[in-house]
Every structure is written in C-alpha cells, then in structure tokens.
Design a protein around this ligand. Structure first.
Ligand code: SAT
Ligand code: MN
Length: 594
C-alpha cells in the first residue's frame, strides 16, 4: 500500500479523480496498491479469512485459490456491454449504444454510495512492457479484492505502473463495483471519448477486470484507429526452427473459448523435433507498423486468463505445471478430500467433488463450469518467449483467422493477398461458446473475432485495416483455419490440439516459399501431401475432405456474409466490397468435379 507521501507525489489530476469517486461511492477506506508481495499476502489472506475464496492445498498448489462467482455471473454479458458516445453511428450496428450523458447519469445513479462498508482499491496497471512506446497505463478503482488479485497476475500492476503513469500524458480510468451483483442492473460501459470505463454488479473476468477486454481491446481499438495501429483479439506465438536457427511469429484470432490459449501453447508432435513453440501472448495482440514497414506485435498482458474446463494432458500439456502455483481458479470443481481444484479434462474425477457452485457433485452435470478460468502469471510459464517483455515487440510472419465451424470451412487456406486476407477476417462466421452468456453453438458473424470487442463502428474498423495495410512494406501472410469440422455423427474429424502444428508447419513452409499450393476461389489450399501426417493415424482421404472446396456451400456462405456486410451501409469500405465481389465471382465461375 502506498503511504501518504507516495500518494502526494502522484499527478494531482489523479488524486482529485480518486477523491471525486470516493465522495460518490462512499467507501469506508481507500487503499492505494503498490503491487508488492507483502500487499498481495495481505489481500489474499483477507479473501481467505472472509471466505470470499478457498485457499487450496499449500503443498500441492502453493498460493493458489478457488473463487466462485454467482451462478448468473459466469461469462461476459454482451447485451449489457455498452458503447457510450454522442452518436449511435460511432458505435455502429454490431455494438449496443447509449448516448454518453444518459449512460453517465445511469451509471452514477447506480454507483451512488455503492461502496459503503467496503474498501476502494486504487489499482494502477500497465499494459505492455515497461519503457515501451507501445504500452498504455490505466487505473482501476474497484471494491473487489478478487479483481485486485487478478489484475496483479494479468497485468503489470503496482509500482512499475505508477512509474509509467507519472510519465504518460494519458491514462485510461476505470471504476468497478460488484454492487449487489444484480443481473438486472449489470452494465459494462465504455466511454471511448473520455477514456473511461464503468462496470457494476459483476465479478466475472472480462466484465470486471477492466484492463482486459474493456481497455486492451474496446478502448484500445479506438486509440489504435486514431493512431494508426491495431488492437486485436489475437494470440502471439513464436516458432523456432532449431535446425535453421530461425524464428517465426504468428498471431491468430479465434473467438473466446475456441482454443486460442491452447494454440498459443502448442507442443509440436514428435515428428517435428526440430521445432520449438513458445508463447508471447494468448489472447490480445497490439500490432504496430515498424520502421521498415513491417508488422510488429506485443502482448499487452502479463498473465493468462484461460479456460480451465477441457485443459489437460491432451489439449495443453505445457500449461499444467504453471497452474500449480500462484494461480487463481474461478468456477472449477473442488476436491474436499485434499483441497485441490479439478475440472473435466484434467484427469479422472476424484471420488468426492463439489461442483463449481459448491454443491456435492452427482456426476450428471459438468463439475466445472464450461467457462471456468485460471489466472496465472506468464513469467512462471516454462515455454514463454523471452520477447514477451521486449519493448520493441516482434515482427509477424503470418496471421490467422478462424472459428468453430462444424461444416464447410476447410482446415486451412491462405489469402492470395493481405487485402484478400482482410476480407477473410471480416467474413469470419463462428459458432458461439460458453464465453458469452446465451446459447452456444449458434453460427454468427464474428469478424476478426472482434464482434464483442471492437469499440467503434465495425465498418470503419474494416476500413482502418485497409489503411493499416496501405502503410505496410512487408506484409505477413494471412491464413484461415478451422479445427472444428464434425462428421455426421457429430464427432470432430481433425484431432486438433498439438496436431494443429502440422498445419502451422505448412504455413511456415508457405512463408518460406517452400511449397506450392492449389488455387481455389477462396484462396490457396494445401496439396494434400504437403501436410505432414507422420506418426499420426489419420487417413489421407479424410484430409482431402477437410481441404475440399465446396462450391455450393460457399455460394450460400457468401449470401450470408453479404447480409451482414450490408448492415454497415455507407460506412462499409468500397475496397472491401470489391474484394467481396471478386471472391463471389470467382466462386460462381469455378468449375469443379460436381
Ligand atoms: O472474460 S474474458 O473476456 O476475459 C475471456 C473471453 O471471453 O475471451
Ligand atoms: Mn479472449
């Protein structure tokens, strides 16, 4: 905790802002965080003593905790996530908009006296490495010690952030309260023009840790538009070819709970012994144009907020060791016999379990919530890339887009040009998951996996991608992937997880111009023999099916995409329509072996 002298040394505009919020929300105490270990011990002990979370087995899981959110507060709530600006068209047809002043009034009414009897924590955080021109700082005022503990893992929180805040011209301010957790009055409001965030009546991750989706994507996407860069819902992966002593960096956008974290932590199968994969980031990438016109990426975060459910030896063997210390688990199951966490996919279930709501598990429903999460620091992850802390970021060789599609979309294809890649990203349609409240498995338009995260009019966002492209001299290749095709019985066809490296290997071969590919109307598809299936029991015929270009299916797909694009009216870039009509025509003209 900062002392008075330290507080006095902070910029006065900040101290008076905290004072203003204190007067309105009326906490008993204000606690200025410094991010130290001592402070963290104090906060974690407070959370344990007040039974807000459960301390796990200190021997097996040192400094690990299990937190349960209320049962209607387990995922992002997109219909309560609002963009608050003067005009509706600033938010665009895919966002929920409220007029700025109306939103401010509504939120201040809800925040009035809401922290009575509680402590308000002043939490400084830095997104991106210290001393980087790309980094941004923020302060979250929150009455949740759980949020503080998470921010300490997921961002560079504390004195490192105070130092940057003193230097920066501008910071993002955010205010959060768990309020009374009422769903009816739950709102996550974004004021991009004010660089302000307000969130109330929720404790769940992306709703409450305002550094994450609200700042690092929704507000940052607006700053990025104004300053000529991109804030994307992308992992950032390093692949080293040890034989060649060469490193490749690939960023990739997939919707929430669609395997971004697993892919960012991929372990190449035995057939690829000369490769090693390391993680730079698993969820968010900020992309800038370097001095030579190259795309450079940084990970603004400092930890992983990954889906626990399904994480295990087959899906993500690399992360498991990391989860054994300094980790917060949210909404996983609990083994009361030895105070350890459990979730589906981790191991066989222990004989006695409490489910994620705290009830004795009867084996009928999931024990862990499908959107259960771990918050774990990047620095204790064995396969992190050292560059995650590099203020200059890394140059991208490739980017990928994708999502869950049980039919139609091939395992992988490559855009012929960067600009066509923008179309492919914008055309992404994907099945919904447990990461957002509402039904799962429904195909929806999710351009660049940014549907829920673009803080301004998406028509303009597409145009910004073209502007970005215009300023590049070295353009990464763009690919689309789909690991999620299902057969008629509903089983996944492709084994996925580590085996996805076989597809990544092809991408790298394409980056190096090592292999040719088959041209189709949607882009280049691999020659079947160029996907290395060594040691994998997978029929070539199935691979052929996964790489098949289905003309009729794509004719229909384009009609669906067109309906979506039309929503943007005048704001939709001409250049993107041109790309669209070119592709549509190529599809219509295509003669295959029907
Ligand atoms: O809750 S988060 O928004 O941080 C995770 C996700 O949905 O991607
Ligand atoms: Mn995400």
């Amino acid at each position: 905790m900062l002392n008075n002298k330290e507080i006095e040394s902070l910029p006065s505009y900040l101290v008076s802002w905290v004072e203003e919020v204190r007067e309105k929300t009326k906490p008993d105490k204000v606690y200025w965080c410094d991010g130290s270990e001592e402070e963290n011990n104090e906060l974690t002990k407070f959370l344990t003593d007040t039974k807000q979370w459960i301390k796990l087995n200190e021997e097996e899981y040192p400094n690990c905790y299990l937190y349960r959110t209320s049962t209607d507060d387990v995922a992002r709530v997109e219909d309560r996530t609002l963009i608050c600006t003067d005009k509706e068209e600033q938010a665009g047809p895919t966002n929920r908009w409220i007029e700025k002043n109306k939103a401010l009034q509504m939120m201040w009414n809800l925040f009035e006296g809401v922290m009575r009897g509680r402590t308000m924590y002043v939490v400084p955080y830095l997104l991106g490495p210290a001393n980087s021109e790309f980094s941004q700082a923020g302060i979250e005022l929150t009455d949740s010690a759980y949020v503080v503990a998470n921010l300490r893992i997921l961002t560079r929180m504390g004195n490192i952030a105070w130092a940057e805040i003193k230097r920066k011209k501008e910071i993002i301010k955010s205010i959060h309260s768990t309020g009374n957790l009422s769903l009816e009055n739950r709102y996550i409001c974004h004021f991009p023009d004010e660089r302000l965030l307000m969130s109330i009546n929720t404790a769940y991750g992306g709703n409450a840790m305002l550094s994450k989706k609200p700042h690092a994507l929704r507000i940052a996407s607006v700053t990025a538009r104004d300053e000529g860069w991109l804030a994307e819902h992308m992992f950032l992966l390093e692949i080293e070819n040890k034989d060649k002593n060469k490193k490749y960096y690939i960023s990739g956008a997939l919707p929430s709970a669609s395997g971004k974290t697993n892919l960012a932590m991929i372990q190449p199968p035995n057939a690829f012994k000369n490769f090693i994969a390391r993680t730079v980031g698993d969820d968010i990438s900020w992309l800038f144009i370097g001095k030579e016109g190259e795309v450079r990426g940084i990970n603004p975060e400092n930890g992983f907020f990954g889906v626990a459910y399904g994480t295990g030896p087959s899906s993500n063997p690399n992360i498991l060791e990391s989860l054994k210390k300094n980790t917060i688990f949210t909404n996983v199951a609990f083994n009361p016999e030895n105070n350890t966490p459990w979730w589906e996919g981790l191991s066989n279930p222990p004989s006695k379990l409490y489910d994620w709501t705290g009830k004795l598990w009867d084996g009928k429903e999931n024990a862990a919530h499908k959107n259960s999460r771990f918050s774990t620091p990047i620095n204790q992850y064995k396969y992190k890339s050292e560059v995650y802390n590099d203020p200059k970021g890394v140059e991208l060789s490739a980017m990928l887009f994708g999502g869950r599609r049980s039919k139609l979309v091939p395992l992988v294809y490559e855009a012929r040009t960067f600009e066509q890649g923008i179309l492919i990203g914008a055309m992404t349609r994907a099945e919904t998951t447990a990461a957002q409240a509402g039904a799962s498995g429904i195909v929806r338009d999710d351009p660049m996996s940014m549907l829920a995260f673009c803080g301004y009019n998406m028509g303009e966002y597409f145009n910004h991608w073209f502007d970005f492209a215009d300023n590049l001299k070295r353009k990464p290749k763009i690919f689309n992937v789909n690991w999620f095709r299902k057969d008629d019985k509903g089983n996944y066809i492709w084994p996925g997880f580590g085996e996805n490296f076989r597809v990544i290997n092809w991408m790298i071969d394409r980056v190096d111009n090592k292999v040719s590919a088959v041209e189709t109307p949607i882009g280049f598809i691999p020659n079947v023999d160029d996907i290395n299936l060594e040691d994998l029991n997978f029929e070539k015929q199935k691979l052929k099916d996964l790489l098949y270009f289905d003309k009729q299916g794509w004719v229909k797909e384009m009609e669906e995409v067109k309906k979506f694009f039309e929503k943007f009216g005048e704001r939709f870039p001409k250049r993107l329509w041109n790309e669209f009509y070119d592709m549509q025509k190529r599809i219509q003209d295509y003669k295959n072996d029907e």
